[in-house]
Design a protein around this ligand. Structure first.
Ligand code: ZN
Length: 189
C-alpha cells in the first residue's frame, strides 16, 4: 500500500485495474447457475418422498437446453432432478399472489407436482398418464402448500383442469383412462 502511494494516483489506478483484471481471470465461473428455490424443493419433496432437486432455468439456460423444445419442464430420472422453464417457475413461485395470471400460477403448481411424481421412486414414475393423474389429483393440495388459500386453490383448479385437457389433447400418453379426476364444483352464488 505504501508503494502505491509513492507511485502516485495514476499508478494506483493502473495497478488496481490490473488487480481487478486478475480477480476476474482467477475467479472461476460457477459450474451451475440454476436457481434451486428451497420452497419448491420442499413442496416437491412432499410428493417425491424427499427425492430430487428442482431447478428453475433462466431464459438463457432454458433456450440452451435441448429439452426446452419438449415442453414446460422435464425430469432427469437417472440423476433425479427436474428443470422448470422460466415461465413455469414464475407461476409456481407466485401462487396465491396477484403478480402473474391465474393460469400461469396453475401451470406452475401442476407442472411442479407432475415432475415431483417423476422424481418419486415408484413403479409408475416413467408413466406419463399415471404421473399426470397424480399431479391433477394432488393439485389443490399442492397449490395450498405453495401459498394459496383454500379459496384460491379452488379458483386455480379450473385452470389446472383446462391445462390438463390441453396436454392430453396434444399428447395422448398423458391420459390415464383409470384416473379419477376430482370434478370442479362452481362456488355457490
Ligand atoms: Zn411427465
Amino acid at each position: 500500500m505504501a508503494t502505491l502511494l509513492i507511485l502516485g494516483p495514476a499508478w494506483c489506478t493502473r495497478v488496481l485495474r490490473v488487480l481487478a483484471l486478475l480477480v476476474v481471470l482467477v475467479v472461476p465461473p460457477s459450474a451451475s447457475a440454476y436457481d434451486t428455490p428451497e420452497r419448491l424443493a420442499r413442496v416437491a419433496h412432499v410428493y417425491s418422498l424427499g427425492v430430487g432437486e428442482v431447478r428453475c432455468a433462466s431464459s438463457a439456460e432454458w433456450d440452451a437446453d435441448f429439452a426446452s423444445a419438449l415442453g414446460w419442464a422435464y425430469t432427469n430420472m437417472r440423476d433425479e432432478y427436474a428443470v422448470l422453464a422460466p415461465g413455469v417457475c414464475a407461476g409456481v413461485l407466485n401462487v396465491g399472489t396477484a403478480n402473474v395470471p391465474l393460469w400461469q400460477q396453475a401451470l406452475g403448481a401442476l407442472v411442479l407436482t407432475h415432475e415431483a411424481f417423476h422424481l418419486r421412486r415408484w413403479r409408475f414414475r416413467r408413466n406419463e398418464g399415471k404421473v399426470e393423474c397424480q399431479a391433477i389429483v394432488h393439485f389443490k393440495d399442492a397449490a395450498q402448500r405453495l401459498g394459496a388459500t383454500a379459496a384460491q386453490a379452488e379458483d386455480l383448479y379450473p385452470y389446472a383442469l383446462a391445462l390438463h385437457a390441453h396436454q392430453v389433447r396434444l399428447f395422448p400418453a398423458y391420459k390415464d383412462p383409470k384416473c379419477v379426476i376430482p370434478p370442479w364444483v362452481p362456488p355457490v352464488g
